[in-house]
Design a protein around this ligand. Sequence first.
Ligand code: 13P
Length: 338
Amino acid sequence: MSNTLNEIAKAMVAPGKGILAADESTGTIGRRFDGIHVENTEPNRRAYRDMLFTTKGIGDYLGGVILYDETLRQKSADGTAFVDLLNRNGVLPGIKVDAGAKPLAFCPGETVTEGLDNLPARCNEYVKLGAKFAKWRAVIDIGADLPSSTSIAANAHALARYAAICQEAGLVPIVEPEVLMDGDHTIERCELVTEWTLNAVFEALYMNRVSLEGSVLKPSMVISGKKCARQAGVEEVAERTVRILKRTVPAAVAGIAFLSGGQSDEVATAHLDAMNKLGNNPWPLSFSYGRALQQKPLKAWAGSAANVPAAQAALTHRGRMNGLAALGRYSAGMESQA
Ligand code: 13P
C-alpha cells in the first residue's frame, strides 16, 4: 500500500490537530438549522459552511474537514472552491460517502449502512474533485436484546468493503462504527458492545485486505447511556475507553479520532484530554467532532452575516481547546479565560 495513504492519514491527526465533521446531509443540517430558525436552502447551507471554513487559523488545530457531496462542489463568497480554500489553510478536504443507515432485514430496530453500489466510481470522482479521505458511519444501537450478531457482522463487513474500495481509489478511509449513547444502558454494557464491535470491524478489515497504516478509526467513547442512572465520570470514561481500544485496535492504525455522539462540547473535550493524559498510547488519540465543535458557532451565527466574527471566534475557541486535549494539555479553567 502506498506511503501516500499513510502520509495523508498521519496529517489528519497530526499532533495537536483533529478533524471537523461538517458532512451533515441536507436533512441533518436542516434539523440543525431548525434550532436556529434558519431556512434549509442551498445559499444558507453554503453561507454557513463558508463561515466555518474562512475562520482564520483553522489549520492550527484541524488536519481535515469532512464535507458532504454538495459542499465539496461549493465555493466561498469570493469564488474560491471550498476545497482550495481548505488546502490553502493546510486542512485536508474529505468526503462522506455512505448513503445512511437503513433498516436491516429480519433485525427490528437495527440498521446497516448502505452506499457500496457504485462506490468505486463515486470515489474516483471525489478524488478528481480534490478529496483526500472519506467517511462511512455504521450505527450500533444498544437495547434489551440489541445489538444482534447479525447487525455487528453486516456493519463490520460494509465498513471493510468501503475501506478497501476507498484505498484502491487513493482515499484514506475513516472507519466509523458508532455505538449510540441513547438509552439507559450502563457503561459496563457500552464497554462490552464497543469491544465486540471493534473486534468484528478489525477482523473484517483484515479479510478485506485493508491497510491499517492508511486508515483512521473513528470510534465512540465508552460512556454511560444517556438515561442511565449512574453517569460515569471523566476518569472512568477515559480508562475504560483506552482499555478496550488497546485490546482491539492494532498499533499499526494511523490514528484514532473520536466522534462526539451527543456529548456536550466541554465534556467531549475533557474526555479526550483525560485519555491523552493517561499517556503511553500506541496511536494518536484525537477528535473528529461534529456537534461538539459546531454547537456554539452555529448558535452564534444564527443565519446572519453580521454574526460571522462571533461565530468564527466560537469555532476558534472550541478548536483550540480540542487541539490542546489531543495533546493532553487542556484544563477546564481554560474555558473561562477565553
Ligand atoms: P458528532 O461528533 O456530532 O457525533 O458527529 C460526528 C460524525 O461525523 C457523525 O458521523
